[in-house]
Design a protein around this ligand. Structure first.
Ligand SMILES: Cc1cc2nc3c(=O)[nH]c(=O)nc-3n(C[C@H](O)[C@H](O)[C@H](O)COP(=O)(O)OP(=O)(O)OC[C@H]3O[C@@H](n4cnc5c(N)ncnc54)[C@H](O)[C@@H]3O)c2cc1C
Length: 389
């Protein structure tokens, strides 16, 4: 069980990230970046100087040592100011650091983990496709070995590939064999984004506007066979790599960002309600507003416990597929309720510029969809608990 009092190193880390957020991410700038889908990479480099990108990487590969709770704290604190820094942090420390640590070949670990731990590299996720969302085992993007087997040729399209324009690699799920059965016919490939045959078309979207999202097209893209995740010998093992321990941590990283957004919404609405006066007193003095805020804070507390308990299980490398799915499901769905309640407390000011609330609303409604939808988490929990049906 994770304890209520944080250990000293975690409390210090939290303070450090809070100071970084206050100093480097002023609310008005973050609002403008969100409008422009702009990632301030120079600030990400400053964040990386704090050493936090190495929290998912073992010391022998240049990291700080795998500390999932600490990495979750970083996301929790960064995302209180939206996704502007939490997004690139996840792309570096999680899409890159966790996946290569869990699934990379020795050579990939030696080549990629040191720059990831220094925050010098970003990965994008190439999982979703125009015809494929939750049912990832049905991906249609294909890869085949070239005649001399020194390269693999990728053809197809990925959709919603966030920040692909800034990424060094797309962590790309492909169909690698048409003869083999479902789940045994998939591979993961690290596709460098600067290869010939790759084109990107931006997709406009409501929330998670920290970066542009793209349709990415692969037209006979020739990738070195060494870029198969885990090495060429892991061809057709993509599903087990995707569904392994890295997936549990993926649910946590999304949950942490969702929790951070909800926490920021509660803080903003709480302060607003104490300052805004109607009918001769602060609106926090009207019982229904008072109760809304207290309910939101109570739900937030439940989210916090679920998040950190699941993160602790993952850190201890205990089985936690059910707990991470429960955390993702509960936090995403509850955070939507929390943020919408907070928006209502702020009346018109929860809908317009000058406050963060409208961004929190746009971001939070995406969270039960991304990183495995709420329904997919329910399916996973029912299956793992062997519910008859
Ligand atoms: C802003 C944004 C950024 C994104 N970034 C990325 C990214 O970087 N990389 C990437 O690969 N993807 C990304 N995605 C895509 C995201 O991961 C998918 O949206 C998600 O996997 C769900 O897929 P879908 O939207 O196609 O929904 P679908 O799978 O089509 O599902 C639609 C609805 O049906 C429900 N449903 C589907 N199947 C079942 C079932 N078996 N049982 C019960 N209910 C079911 C779902 O829960 C959902 O409510 C992003 C999406 C957004 C909105």
């Amino acid at each position: 069980m994770y304890f209520a009092d944080e250990p000293e190193h975690i409390a210090l880390l939290r303070q450090t990230i809070r100071r970084f957020v206050e100093a480097e991410l002023p609310p008005d700038k973050v609002r403008q970046w969100d409008k422009d889908c702009h990632v301030p990479l120079e600030l990400f480099a400053k964040l990386a100087e704090l050493g936090v990108c190495g929290l998912t990487v073992a010391e022998e590969y240049g990291g700080q040592g795998r500390d999932i709770v600490a990495a979750v704290v970083v996301i929790d604190e960064l995302s209180r100011r939206g996704w502007s820094m939490a997004g690139p942090y996840i792309q570096c420390a999680f899409y890159g650091g966790i996946n290569i640590s869990e699934n990379g070949s020795e050579q990939q670990k030696r080549d990629l983990l040191p720059p990831l731990a220094r925050g010098e590299m970003l990965f994008a996720y190439g999982l979703s496709e125009p015809n494929v969302g939750g049912d990832l085992a049905s991906v249609e993007t294909r890869a085949r070995k070239s005649d001399n087997a020194g390269t693999v040729i990728v053809n197809g399209a990925k959709r919603w590939c966030t920040a692909a324009d800034l990424a060094d690699y797309i962590y790309c799920l492909v169909r690698s064999d048409d003869e083999r059965p479902r789940y045994k016919n998939l591979s993961l490939i690290l596709v460098p984004t600067d290869l010939p045959g790759i084109s990107m078309t931006p997709i406009d979207h409501l929330g998670l506007r920290y970066a542009k999202s793209f349709d990415v097209h692969f037209d006979d893209v020739e990738v070195p066979a060494e870029n198969v995740v885990g090495g060429p010998e892991r061809w057709n093992e993509g599903w087990s790599q995707l569904a392994g321990p890295a997936l549990d941590v993926e649910k946590l990283e999304v949950s942490a960002a969702t929790y951070g957004i909800a926490a920021a919404a509660v803080d903003e609405a709480w302060q607003y309600a104490e300052e805004r006066r109607q009918f001769g007193k602060p609106i926090s003095g009207h019982q229904s507003v008072r109760h809304s805020l207290v309910e939101a804070k109570t739900r937030l507390q439940a989210c916090r416990h679920m998040l950190y308990h699941a993160a602790w299980l993952a850190q201890m490398e205990r089985p936690c597929s059910v707990e991470t799915s429960m955390a993702k499901l509960f936090i995403a769905d509850t955070a939507v309720e929390i943020v919408l309640a907070c928006q209502r407390v702020m009346g018109a000011y929860g809908c317009g510029e000058g406050f963060d609330m409208e961004r929190h609303v746009r971001d939070v409604v995406c969270m039960p969809i991304v990183g495995g939808s709420s329904n997919m988490q329910k399916n996973n929990i029912a299956n793992r608990l062997r519910l008859a049906g």
